[in-house]
Design a protein around this ligand. Structure first.
Ligand code: MN
Length: 317
């Protein structure tokens, strides 16, 4: 889709653009995305499965989330519950049902699945949800943070301290998912973050973050005033780095007046507090309560030089 057609209106407080590219190695693009700045709804899904099944799964994920995350539903959930946790969960459940119904109806689709990362922008906040290893980042000036959690074996090893985050980045099981649509457990991660004027919210599939260091993604997202330019550049850079996988990215930019931006620039920003819902009830597992800090924009370990293994070809262990 033409990114220039995805620019949202100023009154909403954001502009956004999205793009998806097949990359340099794959024959099909199994990613899908929805970039609706008018509604403030953004989704990236990365499908997996044999033949064209991955494409079907990611398309279903985007379609169902787009259908559930209506303006009415978002307004209703926010006024009733103050967050979108249970609405996201309902959307994820319906998307999962659609994926399973899809493979029940068509045998060749059996086993298909999809990651999903979704963000809803309302009243200066980003409400974010993910399942699998598609990510959301928040970029503020020269700092960035990953808002989502990767549901992969490597990420879980890092969370329990068995390997370092640096090791997780190149671990051979970094693409082996522990959660996704079409696979148990159906336990998405939720978080919220305030968006300040000038902030960028980046949603992407692993075809972007596996090819480019996080700080490069952050720098490029913030380097262009127009989100569609940043999207184009990020896709080009991921292809230049090898383009081993499909690449999808959405860049959302929070707008603000010049006075606001100037005062922000004068103040060093050290941390943003996330409000995370309490842990564990029948509606699903969520993240632990914690505060997080922006990671410093430090040099990171090198860009990947070897082709990454494909999700569906790897065995855990
Ligand atoms: Mn991928």
């Amino acid at each position: 889709m033409d990114p220039s057609r995805r620019v949202g209106p100023v009154p909403k407080g954001i502009v956004a653009a999205g793009g998806s590219d097949v990359g340099r190695e794959r024959e099909q693009n199994e990613d899908a995305y929805l970039c609706d700045a008018d509604r403030g709804v953004f989704v990236v899904a990365d499908g997996m499965g044999g033949e064209a099944a991955g494409e079907v799964a990611s398309a279903l994920a985007v379609e169902v989330l787009g259908r559930v995350l209506t303006e009415d539903n978002i307004a209703r959930w926010l006024s009733r519950e103050g967050n979108l946790r249970s609405l996201f969960l309902e959307a994820i459940r319906q998307a999962n049902d659609a994926v399973i119904a899809g493979w029940q109806a068509r045998r060749e689709l059996f086993g298909m699945g999809s990651t999903v990362v979704a963000a809803v922008y309302r009243h200066g906040r980003a409400h974010v949800c993910n399942l699998g290893d598609s990510r959301a980042y928040l970029v503020r000036q020269n700092r960035w943070a990953q808002l989502t959690r990767d549901h992969s074996i490597a990420a879980e090893l890092a969370e329990t301290g068995q390997i370092t985050p640096e090791e997780a980045r190149t671990h051979r099981l970094r693409n082996q998912l522990t959660r996704s649509l079409g696979q148990k457990p159906l336990e998405p991660y939720f978080c919220e973050a305030e968006l300040q004027p000038g902030d960028r919210l980046v949603l992407c599939s692993d075809g972007l973050w596996d090819m480019l260091p996080d700080h490069v993604i952050a720098q490029i997202a913030a380097a262009y005033e127009a989100p569609e330019m940043a999207v184009r550049e990020l896709i080009d850079l991921a292809n230049d780095a090898g383009g081993y996988d499909n690449i999808s990215v959405i860049v959302v930019k929070a707008l603000g007046d010049a006075e606001n931006l100037a005062s922000l620039a004068a103040e060093p920003i050290t941390a943003v507090e996330l409000q995370l819902p309490a842990r564990g009830d029948e509606t699903g597992q969520v993240g632990t309560n914690e505060q997080w800090s922006f990671e410093e924009d430090l040099p990171r370990s090198s860009r990947k030089t070897e082709p990454g293994p494909q999700k569906q070809e790897e065995e855990p262990g």
